[in-house]
Design a protein around this ligand. Structure first.
Ligand code: AMP
Ligand code: ZN
Length: 180
């Protein structure tokens, strides 16, 4: 399904404030509004390539390469920690469905699937989304892993962190906000 939604701000202008007041989830802190919620409500141009009751996927306005798609929940959730498990799983199902199609449509050889969750992780739009980024050899984009500035911990340190994570996963009383 391919659809382009044109700017409908004049038609929807009188009801947009209601949408904004109805929101209970936090919005983009610096501006007090969320551009992706605006897109969902038809307040700006968006090029949609997939939609269902829970998720929507549209073309990134400033793509790394042609075909750079964002998979987005219709509801406003900021980060991976905020998103309900069922919604998170659904978004990955949608991404999995889109990936081979996007790759073929973009004529790309490979893909990066990227989530920037939280400001420290480089999230700029504080409405959770998954980037599907078609990649070509020598396109100049890079996700530099392993990070050249990092040091390699020894095996003892790696084992200690693995044990810590494992024990936290098994702790039925943990109250750290993790939704599993
Ligand atoms: P992130 O840094 O992970 O929050 O990525 C935000 C992405 O949203 C960037 O790749 C932007 O180019 C993209 N973006 C911002 N505004 C729009 C918009 N109006 N329509 C489509 N993509 C957008
Ligand atoms: Zn939003």
């Amino acid at each position: 399904m391919l659809r382009t939604t044109r700017n409908r701000s004049s038609r929807l202008g009188h009801i947009l404030p209601e949408f904004m007041h109805a929101r209970t989830a936090p919005l983009t802190p610096t501006t007090g509004h969320c551009i992706f919620c605006d897109l969902m409500h038809g307040a700006a141009e968006v090029s949609i390539c997939y939609e269902d009751a829970t998720a929507i996927a549209f073309l990134d306005i400033q793509p790394v390469n042609a075909g750079h798609v964002l998979v987005v929940p219709r509801e406003h959730y900021e980060t991976l920690q905020d998103i309900p498990k069922a919604v998170g799983l659904h978004l990955y199902q949608v991404a999995t469905k889109l990936i081979p199609v996007v790759q073929t449509a973009a004529g790309a050889t490979d893909m990066n699937i990227v989530v920037n969750s939280g400001a420290a992780a480089g999230q700029n739009v504080m409405h959770y989304h998954i980037h599907l980024i078609p990649r070509r050899v020598d396109d100049g984009f890079d996700v530099p892993l392993p990070f050249p500035g990092s040091q390699m911990p020894n095996r003892q340190q790696l084992d200690a962190m693995a044990a810590r994570i494992g024990s936290m996963l098994r702790d039925p009383l943990r109250k750290d906000g993790m939704k599993l």
